[in-house]
Structure formats: C-alpha cells, structure tokens
Design a protein around this ligand. Structure first.
Ligand code: ATP
Ligand code: MG
Length: 393
C-alpha cells in the first residue's frame, strides 16, 4: 500500500472564527510554495476544516514530510490511505491490511479511533471502534487493545472519502506566514538573529531583513554568510527581502568623534534608526533583533533601554529571556548553527572597545551623539542610498 495523501492537522488556526479561511488559505499557499522545491506534482485542497496534500505523481514521502515540517501553522502531518470503499465489511478488511502493511511485527497494543464526520454513513463511531478492533484482534491475535496508552493509534475517519492512518509527524506549530503583518529583522552573521527571525515568523509574521556591513573592514564572505543565513531562514518564512546597507562611514565617524567605550551602543542606535526607516518604507510594522538580556555589554537592561529609545516602532526580541545554550539548541534545530559559527568578522566586533559601558546613561549617550551633529544626517542618507536589495528564496 503506497501513501498518496497527507492529512494536515492544524490546531491554533482552527479556532480563528470567521477569519479561519484567511488562515487556511495562507497555510495552503505556504504548503504549495514549499512543495515547489520537492519533486512531483501535488494538489493542496481543503475540505471540512481539513487540509489535504495529494501526490499526483510518484513522490518521495520523506521529502514531502520534511518540507511540510517547515510550514508554520501545521501541527501534525499524517500519511493517510484514502479509500472509497463504502461497504463496512470491506472497510474492516482494508484496515486489517493497513495494520499488516504498517506493522509487520504484530506485538503491539492498539486502539481504534473511528470518527464518522459524514453522518449518513450507516455505522456509528462507537460501533466502528468495536467492530474494527475485533477484526484486528481476530486477524492478529498477538495484538492487544489498550484504551489508555496504546502503542498504535488506528484512525478511521469517514468523510467524503474514508481515511485510514496511524502515524503522525509533528509539524512546527505556530501560524502561517503572511497572517500577521510584516517586520524587519536585523540580521547579523551571528547565532541569535536568525533564530529570532524564525521565532517571529512562526507567529505568522512575514520577514524582511537588513544587514549592516562595513567594507573593507568586513569582507564579501561575511556578507555572503548573511545571505546564506537568510536563505536558511527563508526555508521556513518564504522569500526574504534582504537589504544590505553600507555602514562603514557611519562607523568611522562614530569611531572618530565619540568616546570609545560608547562605540557599540551608539552604533546600535544608528542601526536601529536606519532599520526603522527601511521598515517604514517597506510596510513593516515592527523590528526584530536577536538580543537577550545580559548576553553582552550592549544587551544589559540599561543598554537595551538606551538602544530602544531611538525607535518608535515596536521592537520584537523573542530571545530576550533565553540562555545562550537554549538559543544554540534552537539554531541547531532549525539548521542555522553551522553557518552562524563560520568565523567571518562582524562589523560590531571590529570596532569594539576594550571596556564598553555596561550601564549607559541615555543623557550621556545623547550628548556624545551631538558630536556627530554636523555629519550624521548626511551619512545616514548616504547609507540608505547604498541599500542593495537581495531577494533571498
Ligand atoms: P547575533 O548572534 O544575532 O549577531 P550577538 O550576540 O552578536 O547577536 P550583538 O552583536 O550585540 O549580539 O547584536 C545584537 C542584535 O543586533 C543582533 O541579534 C542583530 O539583531 C542586530 N545586529 C547586530 N549586528 C548587526 C549587523 N551587522 N547587521 C544587522 N543587524 C545586526
Ligand atoms: Mg553579532
């Protein structure tokens, strides 16, 4: 028996009332997009609160499942056998055959979960549970029923067709990208920001990104690493419009005119200001960073407050309470870690002071920034003009 259909389960989005179709349509759209990268033809349809993926040609089941595991909004992926058998005796036989096919070793406990969604079907759910359970026991006497903790769940759902399935692969959860507006991710080549982008996209937010580079102090390879990271994140989020901004002159001006222990914090403030400009110009409703309290000097509560005050858009910091080890575990899970740890220089690390302020005072920082007054507006405008847009797919 070969699977040709996948039943897609989604929990959270199913409870969105009248907006439900918006979520379902976004989910189907994302599923179609990820399947474009998997060999084969697929039909993605919805019916009675369920989404189905039908393989219309030969397909590699593992690849389909791997692709679907990257679609936010999916809670479970069930390879199902679809049958048009209406006769209940034949249905029982199909289930018995299904069990044999799926579990050659018959030493398992099981439970039947029948669901009669189509009420015109002549056998009730309860009757189906009993009769199918009996048929399985009769065919395979070494199997046992366990209604509390069965090793195998045998699902039989009577809908427009009848579906038999027992395996469920976990999806990523969350909500389909595109159902919750768009935000601008400050994407560096580090470990944290790709994870931050993943987490916000998981809540249905479409992602644009901005990377500040500082040639010749940072190399083409460092930039390529960020493009590669954006590509890895885009496997979950869909296309990312990545803005690359030349930040060198701003950085040099700060280096020349401001106290060195304040370099990082002032630099971070200019990154946020420019990111906000790009966000507003591109319809983004918030900024996203990979900051986490106390991780480095520029991420103490005081530093975060001083960085934050230059923005009016909300700044989403999904990693704010995470330990580095938790972030690393997540980056390994989503597949960005290996790329993040490649040793290319970052513009933040080149201009760092030996003893950066850890408790900056906003008044003092603002005063230091006035030393840039006669050049900074022009430098910011020029930096924005360098915007190189890369559509990362
Ligand atoms: P990451 O691992 O994400 O680089 P980090 O621990 O190195 O984080 P910082 O360098 O202080 O921390 O940066 C904090 C956040 O600022 C990053 O998570 C990212 O969102 C943003 N950021 C830092 N450098 C850049 C850059 N060159 N371009 C774009 N965003 C940046
Ligand atoms: Mg960094």
């Amino acid at each position: 028996m070969k699977y040709s259909t996948f039943l897609i389960k989604y929990a959270e989005i199913a409870v969105k009332g009248k907006n439900r179709y918006v979520f379902e349509d976004a989910l189907m759209h994302r599923i179609r997009l990820v399947l474009k990268h998997v060999e084969g033809d697929y039909a993605v349809t919805k019916s009675q609160g369920r989404v189905y993926v039908d393989c219309l040609s030969a397909c590699d089941e593992d690849e389909v499942i791997a692709a679907l595991k990257r679609v936010f909004g999916i809670n479970g992926i069930c390879p199902v056998v679809k049958t048009d058998t209406e006769d209940f005796e034949s249905l029982k036989e199909e289930v018995v055959k299904f069990v044999d096919d799926q579990y050659p070793d018959k030493n398992h406990t099981f439970k039947v979960f029948a669901k009669r969604a189509r009420k015109t079907y002549p056998v009730s759910s309860m009757e189906m549970n009993c009769a199918i359970g009996e048929a399985v026991l009769e065919a395979y006497p070494s199997m046992k029923v366990d209604v509390h903790k069965p090793e195998i769940e045998i699902h039989v759902e009577v809908r427009e067709s009848i579906f038999i399935y027992s395996k469920q692969y976990a999806g990523p959860g969350g909500m389909p990208v595109g159902t919750n507006g768009k935000a601008m991710l400050l994407l560096s080549g580090g470990i944290d920001s790709p994870v931050a982008g993943y987490m916000i996209a998981k809540r249905g937010v479409k992602i644009d990104a901005v990377y500040f580079h500082a040639p010749p102090y940072t190399s083409e390879r460092a930039k390529q690493k960020v493009v590669d990271l954006a590509r890895l994140v885009s496997r979950y989020t869909g296309t990312i419009c990545l803005h690359v901004i030349n930040f060198t002159d701003i950085q040099l001006a700060i280096y020349e005119k401001c106290p060195h222990e304040e370099l990082t914090i002032i630099m971070r403030r200019y990154m946020m200001r420019i990111a906000e400009r790009l966000a507003c110009d591109n319809g983004c409703l918030g900024l996203i960073t990979g900051e986490s309290i106390g991780q480095v000097a520029s991420q103490t509560v005081q530093s975060l407050a001083v960085t934050n005050e230059v923005c009016t858009l909300p700044v989403f910091r999904p990693l704010i309470g995470f330990d580095k080890l938790d972030i690393i575990a997540l980056s390994e899970k989503i597949g960005t870690f290996e790329t993040s740890i490649l040793p290319y220089e970052d513009c933040c690390t080149i201009f760092v002071a030996k003893h950066p302020v850890t408790k900056p005072d906003a008044m003092i920082i603002r005063r230091s920034e006035t030393k840039l007054a006669d050049v900074i507006d022009e430098l910011v405008e020029k930096a924005i003009e360098t915007d190189e847009v890369i559509n990362v797919i």
